[in-house]
Design a protein around this ligand. Structure first.
Ligand SMILES: [Zn+2]
Length: 293
């Protein structure tokens, strides 16, 4: 078993958990500190898992749920406002990997008048996006076969934590899909606030290990934000970042170790339990079905 981030084969046992009735074991890399599952031991590394099983297990349905759509819509508006606040040039060509039903791409199209393309392995979700008139592909490989012109913006929202080779995927995006001046937009759960232990979460990213993945893949991170939007106003459940590809000749910096991960995780979970108890309304903002109910 090798670490997804640094390739080291030295690891310690980190924690056992359970997700949808499946036992999970998380390990920690002795070299860089990344917390990860063995991809061989996890069903989630099998591509067939995402075509059908994933949504069924997670949402008891292969169809998008109202809760899921509500979160995606609010998340999309927030991501667009980040790009607008930073005065990023309106991207003309946008690719979303893990595009789900195309909610984010539709919002990007409306905000920037951009040409949008999506990659989504889930059949029912991809069909929803196609019905919205979005060009969709079942895999990055299928998209590459079409030899698409390069993109100004590529987003991967809650995708990286599912990948057994995140560095390889980000390198491929840099070398084959993104313009030299293009922007990568990423969001993942924050291991220091989000429960994170899920069947399909192969890696649990901290602010440090996430930035090391980007460094290793050859990107310069120029915006990094910890926040809870749209689920919480007190818990920094998510890490959102913007990055640009570094030129090939840029010197590569070494990976540095994430320190005290177990302690910071315990402190984060203690804070979470405390604010959930003291400020339940702010810790978890109401979702639409909870509002009507
Ligand atoms: Zn490592």
């Amino acid at each position: 078993m090798t670490c997804f981030l640094c390739g080291s084969e030295q690891y310690d046992h980190f924690e056992r958990a359970e997700s949808f009735g499946f036992p999970l074991v998380y390990f920690q890399c002795e070299n860089c500190g990344l917390v990860y599952q063995s991809p061989q031991g996890s069903q989630a590394a099998d591509p067939a898992f995402y075509a059908e099983t994933y949504r069924q297990i997670y949402q008891s349905s292969v169809e998008p749920t109202p809760k899921d759509l509500w979160v995606q819509q609010h998340r999309a508006l927030s991501l667009i406002s980040i790009l607008q606040t930073l005065k990023i040039d309106p991207p003309g060509r946008i690719l979303d990997i893990g595009a789900s039903t195309g909610v984010l791409l539709e919002a990007f199209h409306n905000a920037f008048d951009a040409a949008v393309t999506g990659v989504e392995p889930g059949d029912a979700y991809r069909q929803h996006a196609e019905a919205r008139g979005i060009a969709m592909f079942a895999s990055v490989e299928a998209l590459l076969e079409e030899n698409p012109p390069r993109f100004d913006l590529i987003s991967m929202i809650h995708v990286l934590e599912h990948l057994p080779d995140p560095v390889g995927m980000l390198r491929m995006i840099r070398t084959d899909l993104l313009k030299e001046s293009g922007i990568l937009l990423l969001e993942v759960p924050n291991f220091y606030a989000h429960d994170s232990y899920e069947l399909a979460h192969l890696a649990c990213y901290t602010p440090h290990t996430l930035q090391m993945v980007l460094r290793e893949a050859g990107y310069h991170v120029f915006f990094f934000h910890r926040h809870g939007f749209p689920r919480s106003s007190l818990l920094n459940l998510y890490l959102t970042l913007l990055a640009q590809p570094l030129p090939d000749e840029a010197p590569s910096l070494p990976i540095t170790r994430d320190r005290l991960v177990g302690l910071k995780r315990q402190a984060g979970m203690f804070y979470r339990r405390t604010v959930q108890k003291l400020f339940p309304q702010q810790a978890w903002l109401p979702l639409p079905d909870e509002k009507v109910g």
